[in-house]
Design a protein around this ligand. Sequence first.
Ligand code: UT7
Length: 333
Amino acid sequence: MFASEILSAGMYVPPGVVTNHDLSKLMDTTDEWITQRSGIKERRWVAPEVTTSDLALKAAEEAIQKAGIAKEEIDLIVFATLSPDHEFPGTGVFLQHKLGLAGCASLDIRQACSGFLYGLSVADQFIKTGMYKTVLLVGAEIHSKGMDKTTRGRDVAVLFGDGAGAVVLRRTDVNNPSRILSTHLHAEGAHAQELWVQAPGMNLGGDRMTMAMIEEGMQYPKMNGKKVFTHAIRRMAEVLHEGLAQNNMKLDDIDLFLFHQANLRINEMVAQELKIPAEKVFNTIQKYGNTTAATIPIGMTEAVRAGQLKKGMMVASAAFGSGFTWASAIYRW
Ligand code: UT7
């Protein structure tokens, strides 16, 4: 029997810092509103010529270098994103080519904010069955090119940022303490329209994209913020408990909580509900906003750099997002 070990994490955010004050020049918003509601102070936006696989490449290179593996050892690339380079094929193949690789398998994951944890679970299953030994898992997003950056889109536009994170997973023995203990995945499609991009699509009565749809703004993300907020708190707490129960653990057994970064208030309320001390929750949203599939590997990388995530620590991650989808993972670093 095999298990998966997370060997390393890497990240990349573009240099362009956009503060709340900068946004207030583009739309009717204020630093006070954004800070109070979300905890976000700034985020990164890419330059026009930069694409999602470019961000992913830099994060992947750091993860590969830190893992101490040769990139040719990668058997599978799992690429989680909702902001792909192109409609098809998936962005994993563009990353593969930029890495100078050919032949290894590549698979994209579309579970938005839960994408990294869904990807972690997929990678873990491939390793556990013995099919693959080394997997590169990337979460990367460019939101700045896809949002309505006017007052019409302000509820969404202030929350999201660009960035990428990556991990290298490697086959290990089930007795290795450093391994993924369990992953837990859920979805409830009844709420799919509460946070989505409607167009382009095949369910729009005719052509997948028309000028009329563009004029209506159907290409931009739309969100029922209050509904997402309340479901996120409930489901993240629930799926964390599910992970702990499966491993006969208590909350006290977890050394560090690396949650998805959608809103600082969501993570504070989850921590409050579960009575997790604030110092055990590592947040990065203040600097980067919500980078969707990239938030958790960015958190891993920064927590290691800050000395707050060390070898042997027990970690719990949870995420919630579009779909609705939600997930958790319990792993020893
Ligand atoms: O990973 C999943 C991704 N998404 C999330 O997790 C988001 C979860 N939801 C949230 O974080 C919160 O619901 C928001 C931060 C998005 C919004 O907070 P809220 O307390 O639910 O505000 P609201 O939507 O009820 O809006 C309150 C007011 C409205 O004005 P009126 O109708 O009361 O006059 C909005 O038009 O705030 C207005 N508003 C803004 N004002 C300034 C909405 N966006 C903005 C803005 N700046 N950016």
